[in-house]
Design a protein. Structure first.
Length: 127
């Protein structure tokens, strides 16, 4: 029997585990300015472009670790960095070039959320 499964594609939702859902909800909504969708007991949901972000308490010890690094597209990266820094976001790095091609430069800077998960801002600047 031939498979009709073409492979994984679009991400629909990403889960971020936190210790304090209320604190994380305020951080993502009020500090990062993400669109809050709704909450349920122990959960909060945000829209991040075409992806939904779910904030939840750790339900099992195997999930009690920092999140994967999510990269948020911004433009210009310097303005986003400055605004978030003014709002109290702690950055690991300043905006910097990590890769160059003939057509663009890839800029990144890393920051922590209120639970010490690492995230990044990214911008592909035309050359």
């Amino acid at each position: 029997m031939a498979s009709t499964f073409a492979g994984l594609g679009e991400i629909g939702q990403i889960a971020i585990t936190v210790k304090d859902v209320e604190r994380a909800t305020a951080f993502y909504r009020d500090v990062l300015g993400m669109t809050f969708l709704f909450n349920a007991p122990g959960l909060a949901f945000f829209q991040a472009g075409g992806v939904r972000l779910m904030i939840s308490r750790v339900e099992a010890e195997e999930f009690n670790h920092p999140a994967s690094i999510l990269y948020f597209r911004v433009s210009p990266i310097e303005a986003a960095h400055a605004e978030l820094k003014q709002r109290g976001v702690e950055f690991r790095t300043e905006p910097h070039v990590v890769h160059r091609t003939d057509t663009y430069e890839l800029w990144l800077c890393d920051f922590y959320d209120c639970e010490r998960n690492t995230f990044a801002l990214m911008e592909e600047k035309k050359r």
